[in-house]
Design a protein around this ligand. Sequence first.
Ligand code: ZN
Length: 102
Amino acid sequence: MKMLLAYLSLYIPQSLLTSKYMAERIQLLAADPDTCEHEWDVVACILSTVELQVQCRKCATYSEVLNPSKEEWAASYDAMENPYPWEDLSRIRLYQVDDVVH
Ligand SMILES: [Zn+2]
C-alpha cells in the first residue's frame, strides 16, 4: 500500500508534498542496487583524489570515475548543483559494498 501511494504521489506537484515524505519516497522507490541497471549522473568532483563522483539516478548508489580528463574535470565543477549524465560505463569503479563512503 505504501508503495502504491508512493507511485501515485509522483503525479502530485512536489510543492504539495513534505520534504520528509519526499525523502521517504526515494527510499520506497529506489531500485535494488544489486539488480539495478545503473544510469549514472555526475554529482560531484572530489578535489582530494581528482575523481568524479557519480550517482545512479535509479537506485541512488554512489560510485566514482578515476582519472578524468582535463575537459571532464573542468565540466564537473558545478556538478553538485547541476548533475549531468555519465555515459562511459567502462570507467566507473563501483564502491565496495562494505566500504565507507569517501
Ligand atoms: Zn542503480
